[in-house]
Design a protein around this ligand. Sequence first.
Ligand code: FEO
Length: 396
Amino acid sequence: MKDKTLVKGKIHYVGVNDRNKHLFEGMWPLPYGVSYNSYLIADDIVALIDTVDACYFEPYLHKIKSILGDRPVQYLVVNHMEPDHSGSIRLIKQEYPDIVIVGNKQTFGMIEGYYGVTGERYVVSDGDFLDLGHHRLRFYLTPMVHWPETMMTFDEADGVLFAGDGFGCFGTLDGGFLDTRINADRYWDEMVRYYSNIVGKYGNPVQKALAKLGGLDIKAICSTHGPVWTENIGRVVGIYDRLSRYEAEPGVVIAYGSMYGHTEQMAEAIAAELSAQGVRDVVMHNVSKSHASYILRDIFKYRGLIVGSPTYCNQMYPEVASLLDKILLREVKGRFFGYFGSFTWAGAAVKRMGEFAEKSKFELVGDPVEMKQAMCPVDYEHCENLARAMAARLKA
Ligand code: FEO
């Protein structure tokens, strides 16, 4: 059992997999599930790093006891209080009543508020330290990655970073948890989707955290979601660095709503011309079918964004409006933006998308295209002009 859970030194993986939940945070699809990672350091002094969703407490405790037997856990380090990680704090406290909870001054109000747990605590500030014997833990406050109390814990003995949500991704751990023992390729897209959906608003705090951790000699990244990264550390940090800078590849996302196919024909005309102009990465999403989770992932991935909407009740199509709200919420930066729309008797969608363009501060590319009722030759021409402008901007 112990060999199967060993990360490094005396650090063990004791996380669990959730293949039951459909929507993370009640919003984001989980086609490949999600893991809630916790780590047990069975040193001279025993410490647990974060817990798991309370639904999985029984198998979680079994894993801990399989390693520790009757030894108690002396410290619980709480890097992050979102309930997918803090959910078992009350039950752990019941199991180990003398446990000392380690957190920062933002953490303990949340522990009391969520779980009514009080008792002995170690309130850490940036750079504080906890010696376990072989392993030596240093605490780094990394607020807003992804809540205000978030911090990361670095084991200076073996170079292991317990990163909270940082460097996390969707997807369960099917068998192995170490990147050296799995096919890591299944996680890259789910890492981008996780970042864009969950952490996407907090680009600046992620950048600050990366700067703070930049000098550390990191040999393993233990996130609260997804594999333990050892041989892919450069790639993982690079993904989080690029995404938090809102850097993107030279492709185009076309996201559109369409009730009877006319606005979709505009999208098709734009996509075909983009391809003719040499843009290889064109990703199309019908907002009524693609979940916003995947559209956001692709918007974080690609530099160009073209949005299309029919007019509906004198507004944008509601699903398009909802997507644009989600983009604004995440404060996505640095996109080339074009838009098009349609109407039957009075146009409104194109005007509303113009308001979004101003709010987003995206660089407007090409002329917005507005079509009445059905496509005419001149509408094809306008759509193609928009596509040419986008292709030219991407090439520049
Ligand atoms: Fe996985 Fe912000 O919790």
